[in-house]
Design a protein around this ligand. Structure first.
Ligand SMILES: Nc1ncnc2c1ncn2[C@@H]1O[C@H](COP(=O)(O)OP(=O)(O)OP(=O)(O)O)[C@@H](O)[C@H]1O
Length: 251
């Protein structure tokens, strides 16, 4: 993976992926994410969203084109929060810092900060099984925060949660983003979630592996929860929905 120029957190340059079985999943995908910018990616099942994230994470190498990223490792946030069931919330949140050999006092400070930022104060000694899905996702976010990553890669992080918890976590993520200033690539199947969070929404073709269009989302941050019910929001969401419908091709 190459180093992105200053000001760019992640850049795909005509990236393509053809698997050994001959299937081409991504074709000529070019997409730039600036520092501190959140871009959402939407597309049919199998359109290559997770493959693109895996490439961004350095877990897969594109078979054509290039991917460039800023220095440092990105944070990966999946639908499954992948917590260790025998560890407390605090010990789960401290795991990455512990593995990185961060000394105890510094680690405790990072954990306390991350717990406060994600609304987990008071839950330090709970085990994951005693938490709701939304709380577990907060633990996953808190654990990532301790590494202060400049780039987050989100793969349908809130997909398993009920609608209200999902909205709340989306709004909390926006607050974290404003505070921490990270960039993000956010894969989702929800048009509303994409438009609520991102400054652009990329739409991947269901069949050709191409990035068909990018829809700009012209709302300043912080965005109020009520923005979702605004007419202007509805118009952007409609543009994304129509692009998504077109991405499936003729019925
Ligand atoms: N190693 C592989 N070899 C062959 N095909 C693969 C491989 N990995 C993924 N694929 C195929 O690539 C396509 C894109 O998969 P990917 O998981 O990126 O899609 P997605 O858009 O994330 O889907 P979903 O929304 O269902 O998560 C799928 O058809 C999948 O079967």
């Amino acid at each position: 993976m190459g180093l992105a120029p200053p000001g760019t957190a992640l850049a795909f340059e005509r990236a393509g992926m053809t698997f050994p079985d001959g299937s081409t999943v991504l074709r000529d995908v070019s997409l730039q994410i600036a520092d501190r910018e959140i871009v959402a990616l939407i597309g049919a099942s199998g359109s290559g969203k997770s493959t693109l994230l895996r490439i961004a994470a350095g877990l897969a190498v594109p078979t054509s084109g290039a991917v460039l990223a800023g220095p440092g490792s990105p944070a990966l946030i999946f639908q499954d929060p992948t917590l260790l069931p025998w560890r407390t919330v605090a010990a789960n949140v401290g795991l990455f810092a512990e593995l990185d050999g961060v000394p105890r006092p510094r680690r405790d400070a990072l954990v306390a900060d991350a717990l406060a930022l994600t609304g987990l104060r008071g839950y330090e000694r709970h085990r994951p099984r005693a938490l709701s899905g939304g709380m577990r996702m907060r633990v996953s976010l808190a654990r990532a925060l301790t590494a202060r990553p400049a780039l987050y890669l989100f793969d349908e992080p809130f997909g398993a949660l009920d609608e209200i918890t999902r909205q709340r976590l989306g709004d909390e993520l926006q607050q974290l983003h404003l505070r921490e200033g990270f960039a993000g690539l956010f894969v989702t199947h929800s048009v509303v979630e994409a438009v609520a969070l991102a400054s652009r929404v990329g739409v991947l073709s269901a069949r050709s592996g191409q990035l068909l269009t990018e829809v700009a989302v012209p709302f300043d941050y912080p965005r109020a929860e009520s923005l979702r019910y605004d007419g202007a929001f509805g118009r952007v969401a409609r543009t994304v929905s129509e692009a998504l419908r077109d991405s499936f091709g003729p019925a």
